[in-house]
Design a protein. Structure first.
Lengths: 277, 277, 277
């Protein structure tokens, strides 16, 4: 049995407005338990007809969601299918994008790889100007994004910036991410909570039918196809078995990935010299 | 007979460059007369082979075009079809986007809902930095955009910012709109007239065949499909009959919408608490 | 025989990272020789399995690539087909976008028309804040973009800004181009070389298979279709024979285009009054 309760907590501010707090110390790693926690949350959201808006935040100041688990704790999330008929990892993100409930990522700390793909699947993204490190380091690990990053970034930031994000494999701070359109806005950290809370309560006061119809219309012209998402995930699955990827993953784990706070904070910075002695 | 002459005035700066001035005090409401005024203008534009560029501006400092009339003066514009075979409201916007004549919105004042859809159908948008309030408040009125906003915003500003604009239902000032790509540029109010005039006269000096070919090529990869536009309008029509929408519309009219200047200026700000006693 | 060696020089920093220097004084005009030089380069890139990244820069401070040759030295590049089956001009840009090798445009100086289309075909664009003049002046010459500009700009900068760039036919400086998303970033001139070098060496250290897979996935959702590119080129070919285009081209050549440094630097500025006496 997978314990999901410890991975994310739901705070029901009102029946229309929930806050979901990622709380899986020390790093909020995205492993099978975290994804199954999101699956449980989605089921609960779908059973809550009064709900209008969910804000996703982290209980850990330095880590929003850190990245895909690289120690083998990902279970069957890329192979078993979820309610949409898509593999559970993609199912989670696709159902979030199509939900009648509005999702807002309130981002502080590190958000890399599959975690970037989570915030890209949220309806809106607001970042702390002083405290965010957002990016897609997969190519620097010998892999590539597999959970929608290569599909969702180009229409959001344009091909050139999408390729810089994906091929450069480095972190983006709040101001740069906002300038690129990767997040909606970067706000001073001291203003972020109030800004998002005011927006969430405002949306929570609106009629669910109007919200749903509007979001559906926007989705019709802005979501990637399931085929494209599946191609990426299948290619990612193969990449995990590439020897060059395994060599880089081992090097990162030896250097302290998923173990040491300092390395977990800054690891994309060393990807350009990872295999040098 | 609908009086259109009083709704917009055409100033022929030259045979190649017209200014069209919205002048329907006190608010430049978008009602049937305003849309039929635009239909007449389009016919006149199509009969003017020397014309290259039209600049759309307002005679009323605080209101560019305010919003869709909510008092019943919208006639048959969402049901009767125009020359393109599409309902007149959509026909107006589609013909503007496909016209060989270049359209420039020079924006001062309030521009909400269908009025945002008008400027989104213009080829370019330049805003006063100090004096613009642009947005899509429909969802806060229990409705949703029906004249192309949900189709034109995502490719312009990305899905995340499109959803913030549409679901947040609030005003955007010039700098934020420019940062989001919602308008081309926000300029200091004192520089706006000259900037647009210089650009319009420059384009007016170019050859019509070159302008037409270039705009057609851009249109091929940037216009929404008629099917998507029709889906939105049909859904909007249904939404108008939703009781929750009618309740919100009544509340707004009672609070002063389309009557009081001060309320007309700031009404999206109250949408989050509209139905509270 | 076309001399290509003099048009661009390849500096192999490492087997994984090349710099390509445009060096065809005085203006780096894009003529048949320059395009055949790029064709030779592409063949050499395709035969270099260790190569990861190519940075394109200019040896001439004021001119990156200036623009399409208007004196008849364009040979068969718009009619003869290249290895992809597309006309050589388009073949060059399409193969660059689809190459497993990452292309970075490091831009100083003037970059207009087909040269803008070259940098739009590169994977990323970084500009000197103080020293760049980038744009599409074709419409002001009685023509229109024919090498992909009208297809690549709208998904990058949105329809409104694409139309401002294409129909306004003027230069954009680094900061404006970055604000529009036309280039990834504008950097202070003194920092540009190091920024791009660090990024290129970083990417050069990554595995080729990961780079290729990631770029392919991004390409699936971000490249224009061959049909659209061909439509533009065919339309451009016809436009070259329009009398109004020929009149403007003659006027520009008489005023000093492709002859005088000062005029070559600033010619888009005069397009609005080109045919006035």
């Amino acid at each position: 049995m997978i314990e999901t309760a410890v991975h994310l907590r739901v705070i029901e501010e009102t029946s229309a407005y929930w806050r979901v707090v990622f709380d899986s110390p020390p790093f909020n790693i995205v492993d099978a338990a975290m994804i199954y926690g999101l699956q449980d949350l989605l089921a609960r959201m779908e059973a809550s007809p009064s709900l209008r808006v969910v804000v996703f935040e982290s209980a850990i100041p330095e880590f929003y969601l850190s990245h895909f688990d690289l120690t083998g704790k990902t279970g069957n999330i890329t192979t078993a299918v979820g309610p949409s008929g898509l593999p559970i990892l993609i199912d989670t993100f696709v159902r979030l994008t199509k939900s009648p409930v509005v999702s807002i990522a309130k981002i502080r700390g590190c958000v890399r790889g599959v975690s970037s793909e989570f915030v890209l699947a949220c309806d809106m993204r607001f970042a702390s100007r002083e405290n965010m490190r957002l990016g897609h380091p997969e190519v620097g690990v010998g892999l590539h994004p597999g959970g929608g990053g290569t599909e969702r970034l180009p229409p959001l930031v344009g091909r050139g910036r999408a390729l810089e994000i994906v091929l450069g494999a480095n972190d983006f701070d709040g101001d740069t991410a906002a300038r690129y359109g990767y997040v909606n806005r970067a706000l001073p950290d001291a203003e972020l909570d109030e800004f998002v809370d005011v927006l969430a309560r405002r949306i929570a006061s609106f009629d669910r039918r109007a919200i749903t119809a509007a979001k559906n219309l926007v989705n019709q012209v802005s979501l990637p196809s399931a085929d494209r998402l599946l191609d990426s995930l299948n290619s990612f699955q193969k990449a995990l078995s590439w020897p060059e990827a395994q060599e880089r993953i081992q090097a990162l784990l030896e250097r302290g990935l998923q173990r040491e706070v300092d390395f977990e904070n800054r690891w994309p910075a060393v990807l350009g010299t990872l295999l040098e002695t």
